[in-house]
Design a protein. Structure first.
Length: 259
């Protein structure tokens, strides 16, 4: 009886520690993603010069406002994560929208933030479906950030949006050193850290791609990674695009965070 009670006590302590670990990792994940829009807003504010003309001033101001709005959304996610309890997981808010607009927003922000040429190619100007637009934007922002960090300097980064009927495929391509096959197998694991070559010298916390996997699963899609020396690296995510909420189990999909 004494041994069983001790085992239950230690199991409870270990379970509590694992819950705290997941909570801390999730908070770190949100903080990591907040850096991109805040950096973009700071860059825009430094460029704001009224003497360059009212039209240019308004364009840069709107970019800063949009980036700060993104930061507020991520801060709200961070506050929500603090109250996470075991089994509650992450909440995804779905709404009917044009996924091309999400791609355009990321493209515009990235083009203003990075020195690389950022190219956007979409088959159509409108691809409608039911998505969590905030989460999808975070996925593409993560892909672009990694493409800039690990891609070859002064080469273009290409964002693509392809309508495949019942699903849409979003991808980001960059040139540079390929990802070794042994790393490709574990790259989407939670808090996977990388020790690969980073020619840009930019710091990476290695905590973004686990969110990408969660978003893909919540949308009934999947992730794809192609990387070789001749063609470069392409990260892709496919998303099911039901046209109404009746195709979803609920307005909100809860995806469990597993230790």
């Amino acid at each position: 009886k004494y041994s069983i009670e001790n085992a239950m006590l230690y199991s409870g302590i270990a379970f509590n520690e694992s819950i705290q670990e997941v909570r801390q990792k999730f908070i770190a994940l949100i903080a990591h993603d907040m850096r991109n829009p805040i950096s973009a807003a700071l860059f825009a504010m430094k460029m704001m010069k009224y003497e360059e003309g009212e039209e240019r001033f308004e364009l840069v101001r709107n970019m800063a406002v949009n980036s700060l709005n993104r930061s507020v959304e991520l801060i709200e996610d961070l506050l929500d994560s603090i109250t996470l309890e075991a089994g509650e997981g992450m909440t995804f808010n779905f709404s009917r929208q044009n996924i091309v607009e999400c791609m355009r927003a990321v493209h515009h922000e990235a083009a203003e933030s990075y020195s690389n040429e950022i190219i956007l190619t979409c088959q159509k100007s409108e691809i409608l479906g039911v998505f969590d637009g905030t989460m999808v934007r975070r996925v593409i922002e993560n892909f672009v950030s990694n493409a800039i960090k690990y891609g070859e300097e002064n080469t273009p980064v290409t964002l693509s949006c392809i309508d495949r009927g019942e699903e849409v495929e979003l991808s980001v391509h960059n040139l540079g050193n390929p990802i070794p096959p042994e790393r490709q197998e574990r790259i989407f694991s939670f808090l996977n850290t990388t020790h690969g070559s980073n020619p840009r010298g930019l710091k990476s916390r290695g905590i973004g791609l686990s969110l990408v996997k969660a978003v893909a699963e919540a949308h009934g899609g999947e992730l794809r990674l192609q990387s070789n020396e001749s063609e470069g690296t392409t990260f892709s995510i496919s998303l099911k695009k039901p046209v109404s909420y009746t195709h979803l189990r609920a307005h909100e999909t809860v995806l469990e965070l597993v230790c």
